[in-house]
Design a protein around this ligand. Structure first.
Ligand SMILES: Nc1ncnc2c1ncn2[C@@H]1O[C@H](COP(=O)(O)OP(=O)(O)OP(=O)(O)O)[C@@H](O)[C@H]1O
Ligand SMILES: [Mg+2]
Length: 247
């Protein structure tokens, strides 16, 4: 069963620029999809279509209501003068949940991202990686069936990114949500997702299934991972150097 689907969808912005054309793709419930492609190819536009933040100018987007979707932006977008806890609970208060329900969800979200001890901290007292965790916790606290993430870890150092990648996979397993994750990084896509959609100039260029066999704690050393990286690089038109000796 699909959580979301794009049906021959296209998006033309007000200035006449066609950012997306003829996109057909299904996002199965509980699946983890990475969206990869060069800067300007339309990844954020596609995510905004899925989120209902833009309407397709042709074709359709079907599936869940906008309220069922959590969106994590590239920047943490936290309120500077509010504590971590307040940043996480504000959307829940706006949705009108009971105090006890809000407290339960806050505790759970803080635990999922490992920030239980920082509930009362202000954003300026946190590192970049911690701020990103707060942003993720804010999205998770809404318990959305679908989580759309636009290069959420791109600004972080590699070690922090690796750790958050691991956390995200664990959260995905635990919460059983549908994730669409935009990234520039071939290695991050191959590490995180079960499937990668490769985009180029507003179109879907390839769909690559990522073999989940051998996924253990130290998956970065597994052959299936290296193979997925090579396949993705090739689809993106990079010279991978991994797979064949031919120039
Ligand atoms: N509101 C807008 N009006 C007109 N054109 C836009 C608008 N938003 C994006 N575009 C154009 O649409 C194209 C795709 O933009 P988009 O932001 O989706 O790319 P992207 O793949 O997310 O790039 P990046 O990796 O740099 O974030 C770009 O050429 C961009 O200039
Ligand atoms: Mg973008």
């Amino acid at each position: 069963m699909n959580a979301l689907a794009l049906n021959a969808a296209g998006l033309r912005y007000d200035n006449g620029f066609t950012a997306l054309s003829d996109i057909t793709a299904q996002f199965a419930r509980g699946s983890f999809t990475a969206l990869v492609g060069p800067s300007g190819c339309g990844k954020s536009s596609l995510l905004r279509l899925l989120a209902g933040l833009e309407q397709p100018t042709i074709g359709s987007v079907t599936g869940l209501a906008q309220s069922d979707i959590g969106f994590v932006f590239q920047e943490p977008t936290l309120l500077a003068w509010r504590s971590v806890a307040e940043n996480i609970t504000l959307p829940l208060k706006i949705e009108g949940h009971a105090r006890s329900e809000i407290d339960t969800r806050l505790a759970e979200a803080l635990q999922l991202v490992g920030l239980t001890d920082f509930a009362d901290a202000l954003p300026r007292q946190l590192s970049g990686g911690m701020k990103m965790r707060v942003s993720l916790a804010r999205a998770l606290a809404k318990r959305p069936p679908v989580l759309l993430m636009d290069e959420p870890f791109a600004a972080l150092d590699e070690l922090t990114r690796f750790r958050l990648d691991d956390d995200l996979r664990a959260i995905w397993r635990q919460q059983d949500c549908t994730i669409v994750f935009v990234t520039h990084s071939v290695t991050e896509a191959a590490y995180l997702a079960e499937r990668a959609l490769v985009m180029q100039e507003g179109k879907l260029k390839a769909e690559i299934t990522i073999d989940q066999a051998g996924r253990t704690d130290n998956f970065r050393g597994a052959p299936t991972y290296t193979e997925a990286c090579a396949e993705l690089s090739q689809a993106l038109g990079h010279k991978s150097g991994h797979k064949s000796g031919a120039a």
